[in-house]
Design a protein around this ligand. Structure first.
Ligand SMILES: Cc1ncc(C[n+]2csc(CCOP(=O)(O)OP(=O)(O)O)c2C)c(N)n1
Ligand code: SF4
Ligand SMILES: [Mg+2]
Length: 296
């Protein structure tokens, strides 16, 4: 640890204690995110945490970094804007499955192919928690919820497979019942150059009595222990499909490549130094002229 970095996990706690139900999976991410930031020596003033709406999306209230709770499903585009305005910041999105895969599904899809250097963490509890237990995009067929009283008849999305097919350059999955593995995974995601996406199995103990901690503990295994090559795209897709094929639940880094250029590197204004990263809002008339002249 460098001498100038003197932050402890406690320094990343805001004045507001988490309001999650006691035992909620989100507590694990609350700890894992702060742990990852400390271990990576990222001071609070260089980090932004962006969310949408939902139980998970309350997270920016509890972690002391720059934070923004946006509109349901809109964390990713807001985070993208923040990152492009100031590429010196580490920008994280944290939201639920309903938020990112449902109403925000379009943004999720396109952020994967754009490869902006942000990190998206999805607290996946297979249900809408905040609004008291309706079916979400990941709810399995047959599940009884408030909106599916005869059992869900919709096929759930397989978000890890979607992210892979859409071109995400870091695709991982964690489990809030394994904090050590989760904080390691988040560190790897934050360190990744390009769009990093992590789905987290995170039980809602109040409104989901199917995908519980015990349910996951019986099924999860770490891909790092099974000799998986994270640069092998087809092997990653096969792992993603285990959710539906063998009812095994792999966690870990499914896929990671760093040879694709990021959006920032391709962006004309940023990579020409026309927008200076340290003061993006202080453009001179000459700089504005260069940026806008191609639209004349
Ligand atoms: C545009 C819009 N539509 C619907 C809602 C109502 N709403 C708030 S949170 C939520 C779903 C929350 O589920 P999820 O994103 O999975 O988060 P969780 O609460 O499970 O962590 C919904 C539908 C809203 N706030 N805004
Ligand atoms: S309702 Fe579910 S997701 Fe929301 S805080 Fe409670 S346990 Fe967590
Ligand atoms: Mg949810």
């Amino acid at each position: 640890m460098s001498e100038s970095f003197d932050y402890k996990i406690k320094d990343y706690e805001s004045n507001f204690r988490p309001t999650f139900c006691p035992g909620c999976g989100n507590f694990s991410q609350y700890r894992a995110i702060r742990q990852a930031l400390v271990e990576l020596e990222l001071p609070p003033e260089e980090v932004v945490l962006v969310s949408g709406i939902g139980c998970a999306s309350h997270m920016p209230n509890f972690i002391k970094v720059y934070g923004l709770q946006t509109v349901h499903g809109r964390g990713i585009p807001v985070a993208t804007g923040i990152r492009l305005a100031n590429p010196k910041l580490t920008v994280l999105v944290y939201a639920g499955d309903g938020d990112v895969y449902g109403i925000g599904g379009n943004h999720f899809l396109h952020s994967c192919r754009r490869n902006v250097d942000i990190i998206t963490i999805v607290s996946n509890n297979f249900v809408y928690g905040l609004t008291t237990g309706q079916a979400s995009a990941t709810t399995p067929v047959g599940t009884l919820t408030r909106t599916t009283p005869r059992g869900s008849i919709e096929n759930p999305i397989n978000p890890v497979a979607v992210a892979l097919s859409a071109g995400a350059t870091f695709v991982g999955r964690g489990f809030s019942g394994d904090l050590k593995h989760l904080s390691w995974l988040l560190k790897e995601a934050i360190n990744h150059r390009g769009f990093a996406y992590v789905d987290v199995f995170s039980p809602c103990i109040t409104f989901n009595h199917n995908q519980t901690f015990d349910y996951f503990r019986d099924k999860v295994y770490k891909v790092e222990d099974s000799g998986h090559n994270k640069e092998d795209f087809h092997a990653a897709l096969e792992l993603a499909n285990q959710l539906v094929v063998k009812d095994k639940l792999p966690i870990g880094i499914f896929y990671q490549i760093e040879h694709k250029t990021t959006y920032e590197e391709r962006d004309f204004a940023l990579n020409q130094g026309i927008i200076p990263a340290q003061s993006p809002l202080e453009l001179t008339d000459e700089q504005i002229e260069v940026i806008t002249k191609e639209f004349y």
